[in-house]
Design a protein around this ligand. Structure first.
Ligand SMILES: [Zn+2]
Length: 298
């Protein structure tokens, strides 16, 4: 039985909430099995097709989600297009594309599942809400806008430089955040670089050079997996990490006398070498660490 348009809108919003919740609990990517466990008022609703990419539940008038069926690493899919992903028409029966064409007309908010970081096959990072920005019938492709800001323009691919920069700046951090977290957690095997805590629910993907800074790119060499306390301490310069990967605690803090958290959690970290990712290519960039360490030392 089909859901009413109001119910469909409510369910979409509830799925966003469900994904938010999972991510707050520390999950950063999803398998097809994970995505078949969602329920709405006691009824199970799958969030992805058991095999394919475009998911059109019978009870919905438009596509609910799309999943990338490309094999390559994630960045090949997104960064070549900036804020957009080109998503090929399904080759299957025409009906599969019909509901996605309708989602373009009605500008329904969709979820796009992109391949997770390298090394985690068949797992997907969720982007939502995303919109179909263009239905390119000649190329047999949909252009997916990864952020709602692009809805403001009639044809987002034809927007002027100023508009484009404005929109890109607004969405950059948000769009890349889930991917950045997934990559950093994978690189560090979900371990705090300072204290080696391994509970993903308590870990953040921290930027070395802050993302507000123009050099603060959301890439693994500018990232650190840090537990909440060490993330806060690092951001507030209570703690620094030298370009040769050694933890330095602020002098005043080192001299302070307080409870076990200060003693064991912070002071005893002074002089320790950080836990580094297995792959050297994922290690924090020395120039990034140096840039931040100068701020800490000052
Ligand atoms: Zn820690």
């Amino acid at each position: 039985m089909a859901y009413t348009p109001t119910e469909q809108a409510l369910i979409r919003r509830d799925i966003f909430r469900w994904l938010d919740e999972k991510q707050q609990q520390g999950q950063f990517d999803f398998s097809r099995e994970d995505l078949s466990t969602y329920t709405w008022q006691g009824v199970n609703i799958r969030l992805v097709d058991p095999q394919g990419g475009i998911w059109n539940p019978r009870e919905f008038d438009t596509t609910l989600t799309i999943l990338s069926t490309r094999n390559g690493p994630y960045e090949d899919v997104v960064e070549e297009e900036g804020m957009f992903v080109r998503y090929a028409y399904a080759n299957a029966e025409r009906g599969t594309n019909t509901k996605l064409k309708r989602a373009f007309v009605t500008q329904e908010p969709l979820i796009y599942f992109a391949p997770s970081a390298v090394g985690r096959a068949n797992r997907y990072v969720a982007h939502y809400p995303v919109y179909i920005a263009k239905d390119d019938e000649n190329a047999r492709e949909f252009v997916v806008a990864l952020a709602e800001e692009f809805q403001l323009f009639s044809d987002p691919l034809e927007m002027g430089m100023d508009e484009r920069q404005w929109a890109e700046r607004r969405v950059m951090a948000r769009v890349h955040q889930p991917l950045f977290r997934a990559k950093v957690m994978t690189a560090y095997s979900t371990t705090c670089a300072v204290c080696e805590l391994k509970h993903v629910e308590l870990l953040d993907a921290a930027h070395i050079i802050p993302d507000a800074h123009e050099l603060g790119k959301a890439v693994v060499p500018n990232g650190l997996s840090l537990c909440k306390i060490h993330h806060a301490a690092y951001d507030r310069n209570f703690m620094g990490i030298s370009p040769d990967y050694v933890v330095q605690v602020n002098g005043d803090l080192l001299a302070e006398v307080d409870g076990p958290m200060l003693k064991h959690g912070i002071q005893e970290m002074h002089g320790r070498k950080i836990h580094l990712p297995k792959a050297e290519i994922d290690w924090p960039g020395r120039e990034n660490l140096a840039f931040r360490f100068d701020q800490f030392a000052a």
